[in-house]
Design a protein around this ligand. Structure first.
Ligand SMILES: C[S@@+](CC[C@H](N)C(=O)[O-])C[C@H]1O[C@@H](n2cnc3c(N)ncnc32)[C@H](O)[C@@H]1O
Length: 272
């Protein structure tokens, strides 16, 4: 089956049109390997892409965020009301609003005296800057959704931070290693593992960062607790690569956090 034809059909659907083309192509190739009929492969690819991104960001969320940014005044960096309006538009950051102060303190602790914060699979989390006790000198936010990335770059320009930037990238592919002082991987690893077995720790191993803050969601989107704490804690602690050491574990609100110290990979292109 022609994976390019499946990719074109998926990208032609409005809901998936703004997703990173490489990520869509990868998911479509996987779907073609599992399904004989084009119709079934398209359906399977759409389901996978929904779980990767669309499940968290409702229709019209990006347009609503653009309106919030356009209406914001010069004090946007400290404007918590505008930031709340933005954070509510992505399910992952919306769930975190009740305990944002604690989470931003965990981030500051993890960054320590470091300069550069990486935020991988960032969603709308970078809009939480007004709660940071200390701002990083540089911020690299990465996501597979092109509109999310465009909004974040608009936000970074409006708050006057030239060393902050957002990038479109498929973190499920074998991408070049990211470098920084602290990496945030909030609610991302289970999604990567679902996309490709071993994909979560493959990304984690390749990161050229001394520290990382990893989180797991303890409630499903439907709101039900399903033994997620035990499950994710066992998985993460078992799969953590050699050279990585857990220095902190905390449950804050509906999220499980791990602070990790990490040895830098000798050869990040081939961490195995
Ligand atoms: C569960 S949300 C978490 C968002 C944010 N980290 C937070 O906790 O608020 C997962 C995010 O990861 C992104 N994502 C999922 N798979 C990805 C991939 N393969 N490459 C890049 N981003 C991905 C999605 O677009 C989505 O914004």
């Amino acid at each position: 089956m022609d994976a390019e034809r499946v990719t074109a059909q998926v990208l032609a659907t409005k809901k998936y049109a703004m997703m990173d083309v490489d990520a869509v192509r990868r998911v479509c190739r996987d779907a073609c390997a599992r399904h004989a009929k084009t119709k079934d492969a398209v359906k399977a690819a759409k389901t996978a892409l929904h779980g990767m991104n669309a499940a968290f960001v409702g229709d019209g969320a990006h347009q609503a965020a653009a309106r919030v940014l356009a209406a914001a005044g010069p004090g946007l960096l400290r404007d918590k009301a505008a930031a709340l309006g933005l954070l509510r538009l992505h399910a992952s950051s919306a769930e975190r609003i009740a305990y944002l102060d604690e989470v931003c303190t965990l981030i500051a602790d993890c960054l320590g005296q470091g300069r550069t914060l990486l935020d991988l699979g960032c969603g709308f989390q970078p809009f939480a800057l007004p709660w940071y006790p200390r701002l990083p000198d540089a911020y690299v936010a990465v996501d597979m959704h092109r509109q999310t990335v465009a909004l974040l770059n608009d936000y970074f320009a409006r708050i006057g931070r030239p060393a902050y930037r957002a990038l479109v990238c498929d973190l499920g592919a074998d991408i070049p290693a990211f470098t920084g002082d602290c990496a945030l991987l909030f609610k991302l690893l289970p999604l990567l593992e679902r996309q490709r077995k071993g994909g979560a720790m493959r990304l984690f191993s390749r990161l050229r960062v001394p520290r990382a803050l990893v989180s797991f969601q303890l409630k499903s989107l439907g709101g039900r607790q399903k033994g997620m704490l035990t499950h994710y804690a066992a998985w993460f602690e078992r799969e953590l690569p050699a050279g990585a050491r857990i220095i902190r574990r905390a449950v804050v609100g509906d999220e499980l956090f791990y602070g990790v110290e990490k040895a830098l990979p000798l050869n990040p292109e081939n961490p195995d």
